[in-house]
Design a protein around this ligand. Structure first.
Ligand SMILES: C[S@@+](CC[C@H](N)C(=O)[O-])C[C@H]1O[C@@H](n2cnc3c(N)ncnc32)[C@H](O)[C@@H]1O
Length: 250
């Protein structure tokens, strides 16, 4: 299981402000909310809490369309698994970019973020069938041409769980298929600092990421360092996002 995260917002961030900002980002994608909907959601999340406050702070900012491999994905003909899909931001972006919904499967071990996505995008009737939640990985060997993993490695604390996650990804990708995604990283190969209370629990160097991918059997094609990019993450000079692309040998 991912690390239990605090059910509270970082200093300076509040539910009313973050909810309002999230709804504005999502309205910019064309979603229209009914009258009074902000108040309804505010009351709901004040009462229930937001399972991952951090996710509310980034919903509406999909990462997949900026991934260096995305243009190849949009031209590809095979099927895709979003492994650890969270709110489904990336699935919706793929659909907006013309990747046909019938080729997309979204999976997560936790329903909370998926439901947050439906609350904010109001599209459960349209795309609810693409999402699967299960404690165990439900897919067999050689089922997907593409597996996408965004911001999942860095929430997995235990090494054996990360190994299992990677071996599931390897197994379910067809020979010759592609594993691509991103995770929180550290520039250079030096000291990896403590993530602190608000940071993700696992920050990898480029070599460590390459080692995990190769250890699972993947042929690493490319790892690219990207600026952190999220306005709300406390600034760490040597933090970055590591985007990767790896192949399961044919
Ligand atoms: C930081 S969120 C990122 C969600 C989404 N990929 C995105 O980019 O917005 C991490 C997600 O990984 C999921 N996760 C963590 N460990 C997992 C595992 N072993 N298998 C599948 N999903 C996992 C969490 O439940 C959470 O939804």
């Amino acid at each position: 299981m991912p690390a239990p995260k605090p059910l509270e917002f970082p200093p300076g961030k509040t539910l009313p402000e973050e909810l309002s900002a999230a709804m504005k980002r999502i309205e910019a994608t064309g979603v229209r909310y009914p009258e009074g909907y902000y108040q309804i959601l505010l009351e709901k999340y004040t009462k229930e809490g937001v399972f991952y406050p951090h996710i509310l702070m980034i919903i509406g900012e999909p990462r997949i369309n900026n991934h260096f491999y995305c243009s190849h994905v949009l031209k590809a003909t095979g099927n895709l698994l979003d492994y650890g899909c969270g709110t489904g931001d990336n699935v919706r972006q793929l659909i907006r970019d013309g990747f046909s919904r019938g080729r997309i499967t979204a999976f997560d071990i936790n329903r909370a973020s998926i439901d947050l996505g439906f609350d904010l995008y109001l599209d459960q009737d349209e795309i609810g069938d693409l999402f699967t939640v299960s404690e165990t990985f439900p897919y067999g060997p050689d089922q997907f041409d593409l597996v996408y993993s965004a911001s999942v490695f860095h929430v997995i604390v235990e090494d054996d769980i990360l190994e299992l996650y990677l071996s599931n990804a390897w197994s379910t990708i067809k020979p010759g298929g592609i594993f691509f995604g991103s995770t929180a990283g550290m520039k250079g190969e030096g000291f990896v600092d403590s993530p602190g209370k608000w940071g993700p629990p696992r920050i990898l160097t480029r070599d460590q990421l390459a080692g995990h991918l190769a250890g699972a059997g993947f042929e690493v094609m490319e790892i690219v360092e990207r600026p952190h990019g999220h306005h709300h993450v406390p600034h760490h000079e040597n933090r970055c996002v590591l985007e990767f692309c790896a192949k399961k040998p044919a």
